[in-house]
Design a protein around this ligand. Sequence first.
Ligand code: NAD
Ligand code: TYD
Length: 339
Amino acid sequence: MTIIVTGGAGFIGSNFIFYMMEAHPEYKIICLDKLTYAGNLSTLKSVMFKPNFRFVKLDICDREGVYHLFEEEKPDMVVNFAAESHVDRSIEDPSIFLQTNIIGTSVLMDACRKYGIVRYHQVSTDEVYGDLPLDRPDLLFTEETPIRTSSPYSSSKASADLLAMAYHRTYGLPVSISRCSNNYGPYQFPEKLIPLMIANCLSNKPLPVYGKGLNVRDWLYVEDHCKAIDLVIHKGNVGEVYNIGGHNEMQNIEIVKLICKDLDKPESLITYVTDRKGHDMRYAIDPTKIHNELGWLPETKFADGIEKTIKWYLDNRSWWGEIISGEYQKYYEKMYSNR
Ligand code: NAD
Ligand code: TYD
């Protein structure tokens, strides 16, 4: 089995590659990644020279390059993680989100049609369902929940999902889609909530909480997401959507306070800043389908996962230290100064 993993130099893609190489050592894994600001080759150093691994620097929008790779490698499956993934950046400038997340997805699926494939898997997000009210804890996202996006990011991901379903129906492409809740764990880019708060705590910098910090996210340890995708691509039905989440809803402020406590930093570092435009209030996944059909259950409790994650950021300061010392400084200035 040869699998192309796109976006494998990013957070979830790299964790997926590590997971798959352990779980299926007989597979050949090809990482296709453009190495945007969010992709980091050093993340892949532990697998880079393994005989069943290949890294290809390529943009998923580069049709010629993608077709050439398919001709060369004749992949059996494609798992598409490649995306612009940060909501705040999509609010600043949607255009690259439309390019990568929509056009890039269509290029990959065109290649799958042209060269044949047993599975194209689209890694999607719970954000395509929009948000849920805080005062209705009984409401959860199921696979039947209508698409109702809020941000340019979620709209571009929803567009890709719709295209994937259209390729399945129109061309019979063997497509599956998974929609996961917020992930946390090693190698997450420091622009996202949890690593940003850990990095700022460690430098005794203000912790910028948007609005009142009451927004709720449903956190899942990244390895549990990887295991779920492994199940979906092997045992899930084509033409189907699978929601992935572990019933772990938490308010942002709870998470930030927990990180302060764990790192022994004062809560006085918390600074409430202007809210994100169009900020989704609450995400919450109903994972009944993947549990009943594929037997998936999350294995890492949040208390353990966050401990492991904080320890990883403490032990791997050079990985994120390098990232936040470069171009990221400008991003941080732009997004957070005078906010
Ligand atoms: P990330 O931003 O950490 O990584 C994205 C990777 O894609 C990077 O390595 C980047 O270089 C690469 N990439 C970007 N544009 C590309 C292009 N045009 N061609 C080739 N490679 C390109 O993202 P992540 O958090 O690991 O998310 C991965 C996927 O999972 C995304 O599709 C995202 O929508 C989805 N997702 C993320 C979460 C989450 O909590 N992070 C939750 C649910 C779904
Ligand atoms: P994020 O990690 O960007 O994920 P998403 O927006 O895709 O859920 O943000 C998680 C939550 O944390 C979201 O409600 C926005 C909030 N947040 C802050 O309060 N401060 C920050 O600096 C960041 C990056 C996020």
